[in-house]
Design a protein around this ligand. Sequence first.
Ligand code: AMP
Length: 317
Amino acid sequence: MSLSEQILSKIKEYQKIIIHRHMNPDPDALGSQLGLKALIKTNFPEKKVFAAGGPVNDLDFLGVMDSVEIEDYQDALVIICDTGNTPRISGAEYQYGAYLIKIDHHPNDDPYGDLLWVDTTSSSTSELIALWARELNLKLTQEAARLLYAGIVGDTGRFLYPATTSRTLQLAADLISTGFDFAKLNQQIDGISVKVARLIGYVYENLICDEYGTGKVILSQAILDEFQLADHETSAIVGVPGRIETVLTWGIFVEQKDGHYRCRLRSKGPRINEVAKRHDGGGHPLASGANAKDLAEVEAIYKELQVLTKEFNYKGE
Ligand code: AMP
């Protein structure tokens, strides 16, 4: 039995299915979670399917979470989408289910679950769910297609990043052919508030970049307060430094209320996820996240990025 068929057979076996994703959700986390939920609901209407996890913040145009009680986990199949390691799973109750499936495209550093489908060559977890539906010939509604398309667009930077493949584009075309309003969805994903637009100006003005192309911007609580922005709203500016031709790697260091820094690391070449792993984080080779306890650790992370970037300048991949 293929992995796709094994997952399908588990779904058929359980009457209750609870789907989780990672904390601080992005469009791929929600797209894969809610897209899978929509697929199961359409193809197996008799099943109870829940989406579990914390607040979705400004991504509520994709959907919201269900209220799930601890008793619901009894005899339930739990599926975790788009989450590389267990501490990042939103909703610790996931562990009370009867059987656990991991579906993901992050490096499999934490191989949790009873059944795992991890494909790091996939642009997104939403792409994997779309592939799963195609392989098994499942009925795909416009709503499921919209959600999966959102995830693919989110994680590929609208087909910009190198993880985009011909398979990504073929599946995206299949999704669009269901007829949902993809232009509206793109605007919802891409649209920014005036506050965020001003912050983008700040990022361009205050970006520090060394001679090898290592960039950094520190967003202190004072700056976030000045721009009246919450941490989650900074996701819209993470890609901004990369638009500058000479920037090769970069970090956006966002001070949190408790004084530690959430570090959002990105790269156009050098693999940065090992740096993230050394600082309480992880992620993809070109897009990772980490945590720094203070400004000294922020500087240490920046120095490690500088070393990688300099080496890359001399040796390439
Ligand atoms: P972000 O900068 O939060 O958009 O995250 C970029 C990528 O790194 C995503 O694929 C995340 O799943 C991953 N990531 C972010 N923070 C962490 C963390 N603390 N531990 C492991 N992976 C992370």
